[in-house]
Design a protein around this ligand. Structure first.
Ligand SMILES: *Cc1c(COP(=O)(O)O)cnc(C)c1O
Length: 362
């Protein structure tokens, strides 16, 4: 490694920070993957060393999340955005109705796709209060084809603290920005999907966890590539999978396991979040958090400053090595994304910078 290596404090929302050991491992293995004399990008996905790698990635997903045996773990492409459409294409029919909880722009986009394939209903929404909370009441209708939620709302910085019990109605969750950030009871869900580029690896691979009976009951008359059944039957190898993305995902999950798994991630993420929210709460009237306290996300912390200094905050922070603090282009303000890979040191340094900036400008 070069001695002058300079890594910034990375708070981008996605693609986002990756664990340094996962990157260093990729660096060390780049020219010779698993003793093959090739990089992982140069080897056939049908070759044994790659199949072993993909099996390892799947095993790590199963182990870390405790995925029950009657669920398939798939590595797909097209991002979470394709899952917005694939979920209703496979699980909704024109005579049925899918229920959606609206908690930020991502869930609205998911709903928009579902409308093409059947009836939909918004059963709960916090749009009236600018998506500053997870709705307190989420009605579950027993005749719904499924209920769709977004577990962590990347743009506005809210997160489900618990999930509704849906009984026989399959619960579908977009977990793009908090999967593997805390332990999860997968058996509560029919389908979980997540683009990798927030908490799992690079963009280009999408993790899908789906209960087998839903695959079986799914619409049969779909384009081959858009059917969960295709990918489940082919072990995510119907066509060429995103091999490098799966490789990096393996490195990231192996790092999570080495750090103590999801309970360790949860504890560290809680400490990190309270450091940044602490800075916000110490300077009430200067920093204004967007999320209501009981809905605060431990992954994306959203806040505003007085308008006169907000741009300067982002610019001065960047000059000090804190990158990616501007809020999503649709809402503005500031956002610190503090996924698993963002170190406690980076977070503490940002909290100290926020204290200092408030002291000077407040
Ligand atoms: C980033 C994000 C998406 C979009 O993911 P793509 O992989 O770019 O399609 C969807 N949902 C949530 C919650 C996200 O954070």
């Amino acid at each position: 490694m070069p001695t002058q290596l300079k890594r910034v404090h990375n708070f981008y929302a996605g693609p986002a920070a990756l664990p340094l050991p996962a990157l260093e491992r990729a660096q060390a293995e780049l020219l010779d993957f698993a003793g093959t004399g090739m990089s992982v990008m140069e080897i056939s996905h049908r070759a044994k060393p790659f199949i072993a790698l993909q099996d390892e990635a799947e095993s790590l997903v199963r182990e870390l999340l405790g995925v029950p045996a009657n669920y398939k773990v798939l590595f797909l492409q097209g991002g979470a955005s394709l899952q917005f459409a694939m979920a209703p294409m496979n699980l909704l029919t024109p005579e049925k109705r899918a229920d959606y909880v609206l908690t930020d722009d991502w869930s609205k986009k998911a709903l928009k796709e579902a409308k093409r394939f059947g009836q939909t209903k918004v059963v709960a929404s916090s749009e009236e209060t600018r998506f500053d909370r997870i709705p307190a009441e989420i009605p579950v209708a027993s005749d719904a084809a499924y209920l769709h939620v977004t577990s962590n709302n990347t743009i506005v910085g809210t997160q489900f603290q618990r999930f509704p019990s849906t009984g026989a109605v399959p619960l579908i969750a977009d977990m793009s920005s908090d999967i593997m950030g805390r332990p999860l009871d997968v058996s509560q869900f029919g389908l979980i999907y997540a683009g990798a580029q927030k908490n799992l690896g690079p963009s280009g691979v999408t993790l899908v966890i789906i209960r087998e009976d839903l695959i079986e009951a799914g619409n049969a008359d779909l384009a081959t590539m858009l059917s969960y059944k295709t990918h489940a039957e082919a072990g995510s190898m119907y066509n060429t999978p995103p091999t490098f993305g799966i490789y990096m995902l393996r490195n990231v999950l192996d790092w999570i396991k080495g750090e103590g798994g999801l309970t360790a991630m949860e504890a560290r993420n809680a400490r990190k979040a309270s450091a940044i929210y602490g800075a916000i709460d110490r300077h009430v009237g200067f920093y204004e958090g967007h999320a209501q306290r009981d809905s605060r996300s431990v992954m994306n912390v959203t806040f505003r400053l007085p308008e006169a200094v907000e741009k300067r905050f982002v610019a001065e922070a960047e000059a000090e090595g804190f990158v990616g603090l501007a809020g999503h282009r649709s809402v503005g303000g500031c956002r610190a994304s503090i996924y698993n890979a963002v170190s406690e040191d980076s977070v503490k340094a940002l909290a100290a910078f926020m204290d200092e900036f408030a002291r000077k400008n407040g």
